[in-house]
Design a protein. Structure first.
Length: 94
């Protein structure tokens, strides 16, 4: 379990949520929109983690890298994390 930017532990999704998301994706009812982090490029400055308005990221203290912990919370069209990254290590779907 990771830590959110607010410093609170975040629970994993429950089985019903996972099943609902899987059904939506398999039926073409939803499209995935969430960030992808290139860990080889990432410099671990926490800019994406701190700027995300929906707390999509957790922070991996051991590797000093962001983790996309809550991809379904990402808002389609939001690009704040990608804009904040000084080394362009974050990509989002077109």
């Amino acid at each position: 379990m990771g830590e959110s930017p607010q410093g609170k532990s975040t629970p994993s999704e429950n089985k019903e949520d996972i099943f609902r998301h899987a059904m939506c994706y398999s039926k073409g009812m939803a499209t995935a929109y969430y960030p992808t982090v290139d860990n080889d490029t990432c410099i671990g400055d926490k800019e994406c983690y701190e700027v995300c308005p929906k707390s999509v990221f957790d922070w991996d203290e051991d590797n000093a890298k962001p983790l996309v912990a809550r991809p379904d919370d990402c808002v389609e069209g939001c690009v704040e994390c990608a804009k904040a990254c000084p080394v362009e290590a974050i990509t989002l779907p077109a």
